[in-house]
Structures are given as structure tokens and as C-alpha cells.
Design a protein around this ligand. Structure first.
Ligand code: 13P
Length: 262
């Protein structure tokens, strides 16, 4: 599928922010702020808020989780299973975020089990990959991304692959205000797509959405939305404010409609 035919996703990752009350105050404003936006909008919210946020929003806005365990149930104190997310009406899950890898020591092998469980449970995975600053400086970006993609997607079929959203989030750009340039994003996404092509074949790789995350904000979104091959954004800090988040969605909508009209 050519780039302009793939949907452009606007995905919020609230991380560990917002109580149920705060989440509801946010989503009360959102549908009106998103009037005129036809791009898919997804919200990854804290577990506790999934059900209330889902119930408060129109069905076209997707709601999901930011993590889950690979086991279906059992003695894993403090963990959340896929069925708990689906029964709370979540329909996607962010997996392998660099904060999970860094602070909770999640390995590619563990993330791979979660990805397989997500597919089994009809949850669409948003798989995060990305290199650290030192790795980029040392010229290791491609090897790091290849290792993460191959490690996290072992056993995933080519059909499933087209449903997986890859989020390229360079660690040095997360929460730092240091956005990657559109050129760097375009270059790196091309690398990711070619790694996926070798693993899953041309068609699945061409259909696979790859979004960018890392200091996406109302001031950086417009330029980043033009980066070749980018299929959306995963937005942390700037998604916490509904006005700013909606602004990014509107900017992306404008950029994308110009690109598809060309
Ligand atoms: P920021 O947008 O705050 O840089 O966070 C990006 C991110 O980690 C989204 O998952």
C-alpha cells in the first residue's frame, strides 16, 4: 500500500497521568475539539481510566492500555491481563515502550510474548522501538532497531504484522523537547520498513503503519507530518492537554489531506 493510502494515526500516551476524574474532564472536551478531524484518534490511558473513558467517548475514538502481562491470568501480583483490558472495552495496547524497557527491565523476549498474547486477544499492539543517543552516535541505530523488531515480532504472521502499529521512538527525543528532524525520521522509517520487508515480505511491510514519537508538539507536528513514510504520531507530554492534542490532530489532518490530493 503506498504511503498516502495508509491511515495516519494520532495516538496519545498519557503515561502515568490522570485520575478517572481528570480523564473524564479531558474526554468531555475532546469530541468538540476534534470536529473536522477524520484521522484515527487513539488514547492510551491508565488502566483505571479505560472503562470510563471508553464509555464517555464516541466509538470512532479508540481507547487502549499502555502495557499488559503476557500470561492469561495467574499469580502475578500487580499485573494486568489482556482479557481485563478487553472487558474494560480497550481495543489496543502499547507494548515495549522505552520506559518499560528502561525502568522495568523488559526484554525483547518478554515483549514478544506480550505481542503474541495481544494478537490472540484481539488487542491491536502498538510496538515501540527506538535507539538511545549513544547508540545513534556509535552508528548502531540500524542494528538496534533490527534486533528489537526481530526479537519482539518472533512468531508473528505476515497477516498479523499488517495490523501491528510500529512506533519509532528514539529514546533521546522522548520528553526532552529534542524532536528528530523530518529527514532523520524519514530515513529511519525507511530502514525500519526494509527490516520488516526482509522479515515479513513486501506486502505486509508496505501495509504496516509506522508512527513517530518523541517530543511531538503543536510546534513540531506540521513538519514531522510531512516526513516521508510517517503514518502518525505517538504523543506523550503534548497529549495531556486536550487543546494541544487536538491542535496536532488538526495540523496532521491538513498536511495529510494536501498529500493525498497531490
Ligand atoms: P513525549 O511526547 O513526551 O516526548 O513522549 C513520547 C512518548 O514516549 C510517547 O510514547
Amino acid at each position: 500500500m503506498p504511503h498516502e493510502e495508509r491511515p495516519f494515526f494520532i495516538i496519545a500516551n498519557w503515561k502515568m497521568n490522570k485520575t478517572i476524574r481528570e480523564a473524564l474532564a479531558y474526554v468531555e472536551k475532546l469530541p468538540e475539539l476534534l470536529q473536522g478531524v477524520h484521522l484515527p484518534v487513539w488514547l492510551a490511558v491508565p488502566f483505571t481510566a479505560i472503562h470510563s473513558v471508553r464509555a464517555a467517548l464516541p466509538p470512532e475514538i479508540h481507547v487502549g492500555a499502555q502495557n499488559m502481562n503476557d500470561a492469561s491470568s495467574g499469580a502475578f501480583t500487580g499485573e494486568i491481563a489482556a482479557a481485563m483490558i478487553t472487558e474494560a472495552w480497550g481495543d489496543f495496547v502499547v507494548l515495549g515502550h522505552s520506559e518499560r524497557r528502561q525502568f522495568f527491565h523488559e526484554s525483547d523476549e518478554f515483549i514478544n510474548k506480550k505481542v503474541l498474547r495481544a494478537f490472540q486477544s484481539s488487542l491491536r499492539p502498538v510496538l515501540c522501538i527506538g535507539e538511545g543517543f549513544d547508540q545513534r552516535e556509535a552508528g548502531e541505530t540500524e542494528a538496534v532497531l533490527k534486533g528489537q523488531l526481530e526479537g519482539c515480532l518472533r512468531g508473528v504472521s505476515a497477516e498479523q504484522m499488517a495490523l501491528c502499529i510500529i512506533a519509532y521512538e528514539p529514546i533521546w527525543a522522548i520528553g526532552t523537547g529534542k524532536t528528530a528532524t523530518p529527514e532523520l525520521v524519514a530515513q529511519t522509517l525507511a530502514v525500519i520498513r526494509s527490516i520488516a520487508e526482509a522479515q515479513f515480505g513486501e506486502e505486509s511491510a508496505a501495509n504496516m503503519p509506522i508512527v513517530y514519537g518523541g517530543s511531538v508538539s503543536p510546534s513540531s507536528a506540521e513538519a514531522l507530518a510531512t516526513a516521508d513514510g510517517v503514518d502518525g504520531f505517538l504523543i506523550g507530554t503534548a497529549s495531556l492537554d486536550p487543546e494541544g492534542f487536538a491542535k496536532i490532530a488538526h495540523m496532521s489532518e491538513n498536511v495529510r489531506s494536501n498529500i493525498t490530493e497531490l
